[in-house]
Design a protein around this ligand. Sequence first.
Ligand code: PMV
Length: 337
Amino acid sequence: MTTCSAPGKVYLFGEHAVVYGEPAVPCAVERRARVTAEPRDDDRVRVSADDLSLNGFTVTWGGGVDDRPDVDAPPALVEAAMRYVDEAVAQTRDALDDPEQGFEITVESDIPLGAGLGSSAAVVVAAIKAATAAVGVDLSAEAVAERAFRAEYAAQDGQASRADTFCSAVGGAVHVEGDDTRRVDAPRLPFVVGYDGGAGDTGELVAGVRDLREQHGFAADTVGAIGDLTRSGEALLDDAASDGLTDERLAALGELLDVDHGLLSALGVSARSLDEMVWAAREAGATGAKLTGAGGGGCVVALDRTDATETALELTPACERAFRAELATEGVRIESG
Ligand code: PMV
């Protein structure tokens, strides 16, 4: 029996613009999915999943991967969870070159579902690592990232970027630009996350930006401006990694977060709840705050070394939950077994 964990992520800079070839910098955060895998003697797969979101979605199902669970949870959510597990098992069997290997799999996660924090990627990454390790195969973080990307790509009908899976597998801050994915140096950033309890529809939001960009030159310029801002942010991160995260550098990074949020708002992907949380964070003394991920609902990320932002977010009506999430320097890892 092997247990592995993998982190979720926030976008420090560059979501949406990354779809058009601009760079983005997702960062792994210390909110993890944990998957325990135990090989079975037959070809069956039984999966138990508890606490898959902060609002109490719980599902347990058993049988083959084609069986559907009988649970009191939104069918679309269960269907989506099943597809990720199906594809993670398929990638594991392919890596093992054994299409008949069965598994007992237990999933636990403290990453809100569908809220821009990379919950599905973390589950897929941890599942592939745990299931392969459980039968004695040691996949590198990069090999897990590649297989997890393929699993997400299949589960999301070809609508997946490498950002979430790569970031979760290797940890730290990551540069994503087209197919170029690599770790970049970054200091330990004091992230605070605010979660509105909801989720945006990534496909719809990406399509909305595409339409706007085709209709208006300003939208294409806005996408380009996010790219420029991301490059400035990466240079700052690099300085902070080598010479320290001074208050000035934290302030400068925060300023870029604020501008990025403004540009994303101009592209129409913010929401009242996200704006309320962003302003609550800024007023509490965060050096900057922005939405993270596709937008429309879900999470914001702020930078603050003190507890003030977390406290202020907890008191904000639009915010269901707030938590501190330090940069996770380690990606997927074996916890036991
Ligand atoms: O909400 P998330 O974490 O799936 O992020 C979506 C990021 C986008 O740039 C909007 C889309 C993409 O595929 O990169």
